[in-house]
Design a protein around this ligand. Structure first.
Ligand code: HEM
Length: 404
């Protein structure tokens, strides 16, 4: 084994630094330059470079199942604690393998295909409401509404219930930050109690009916072989409300913001819509909706010449890996023709995002329609971010456009 590097401590990554929350990329660049590893909170190490992040994402010596003490620290005695225990994201094999097979089977290509037409109709409706105005807020008018509607359709939440579900889904998203602040605990708890009861009722209604939505798919898969408990079905369906909502909302907001700030790139895309799939990959790389993922060290691993002991936590900086100039030429530039673009925004290894295809379809339809309808796109006021280092979230992206 390699000895741990001597007396000089690597620099520290502070996710609560307001400068990091506003724009983490200059900090990431400094950290990557200083070394492959920096210090995080107590018992944490932070991985900065692409090569290490990509290989650690696939390393079975790391896990996603955090000990009870972590959940207690993050959530206290709230409903969120049991929720985070059950969801696929926080499970290790063999439980993870079982859940992934059952949930993956429910995410069928036929379901995605059916959703694609629905997404087109939803985007048309949202754009029709703003086209004559010549201006919009990309968050309020587009990004906040579309993904939650799509995920409701995916799960099989009836249209008549969606206005009640949406604010609760937004409240649930608060639980996914680095630590749930005390003042938000009651809000998240109330949302979870309501959503668990609501989805539980849907599960009971769908049982034995062979429907085409994801919930029915999970029920069929659960009955077919290894058991998925009712609690697991309910909480993992709820997890999709977060997984498919906040992330895709941030991708759409980030893409709109980046195109408005880079008019040459917008014009290039508008004049050549065949570039849309590459542009979506570039928005994902340029400002990844999820910037960091955490892993428990189950067996000692060596990173950058240092042995990281068991029970330590590794924070993998996806956003920093995506801007590593060892892999990406001129990483600070938005280049909608970048190809190849092996960004890590959907993570990697066994936890690779289950909704990546759906997210790509949603963003492809949005930017496709924007290019069809608008000849120009520009910022009208400074965009406003929500403070978070783990997510690149937007409160507002005000835009002006000329419709064709
Ligand atoms: C731009 C949009 C999205 C981004 C950037 C994104 C990103 C991610 C990332 C980084 C992970 C892995 C976290 C880790 O390794 O610890 C993940 C997992 C996951 N995502 Fe996504 N996601 C997006 C959209 C979606 C959508 C639309 C859905 C479904 C409706 C979805 C469902 C999931 C699920 C179920 C997992 C857990 C997979 C597992 O643990 O095996 N995601 N996503």
């Amino acid at each position: 084994m390699l000895p741990n590097a001597g007396a000089i401590l690597p620099p520290k990554y502070d996710p609560l630094d307001p400068a990091v929350m506003e724009n983490p990329y200059p900090t990431y660049a400094r950290l990557r330059e200083s070394g492959p590893l920096c210090r995080g909170g107590p018992g944490q190490w932070v991985v900065t470079r692409y090569a290490d992040v990509v290989s650690l994402l696939r390393d079975a010596r790391l896990g996603n199942q955090f000990p009870e003490a972590y959940r207690q620290f993050s959530f206290g005695d709230t409903e969120a604690r049991t929720f985070f225990e059950r969801i696929i994201l926080n499970r290790d094999p063999p439980d993870h393998t079982r859940l992934r097979r059952l949930m993956g089977a429910a995410f069928s290509p036929a379901l995605i295909h059916k959703l694609t037409a629905h997404i087109g109709d939803l985007v048309d409706g949202l754009l029709a409401a703003i086209t004559d105005l010549g201006r919009c807020d990309a968050v309020a008018d587009l990004a906040f509404t579309l993904p939650v509607m799509v995920v409701c359709e995916l799960i099989g939440i009836p249209a008549s219930d969606r206005d009640e579900v949406r604010p609760r889904a937004a409240d649930l998203c608060k639980a996914f930050g680095t630590r749930l602040p005390n003042e938000d605990r009651a809000v998240v708890n109330n949302a979870l109690v309501w959503l668990r009861r609501y989805i539980g009722r849907l599960v009971d209604e769908r049982t034995g009916r062979n429907g085409e939505d994801l919930l029915s798919g999970m029920l069929a898969a659960a009955g077919a072989e290894e058991k998925l408990t009712r609690e697991e079905i309910v909480d993992n369906a709820l997890f999709l409300l977060f997984a498919g909502f906040e992330t895709t909302m941030n991708l759409i907001s980030a893409g709109c913001e980046a195109l408005a700030r880079n008019p040459d790139q917008f014009m290039r895309l508008r004049d050549n819509p065949a570039l849309i799939p590459l542009a979506v990959e570039e928005f994902l790389r340029y400002d990844a909706p999820i910037q960091t993922v955490g892993r428990m060290v189950l067996e000692p691993v060596e990173v950058g010449g240092r042995i990281i002991r068991r029970d330590r936590v590794l924070i993998l900086l996806l956003g920093s890996a995506n801007h590593d100039d060892r892999v990406f030429k001129k990483p600070e530039q938005l280049d909608i023709t970048r190809n190849p673009n092996p960004h890590l925004s959907f993570s990697g290894g066994v936890h690779f995002c289950l909704g990546a295809t759906l997210a790509r379809v949603e963003a492809g339809v949005v930017f496709g329609r924007i290019c069809e309808r608008f000849v120009s796109l520009e910022p009208v006021a400074a965009p406003v971010r929500l403070p978070s280092a783990a997510f690149r979230s937007w409160a507002s992206v005000p835009l002006a456009f000329k419709a064709r």
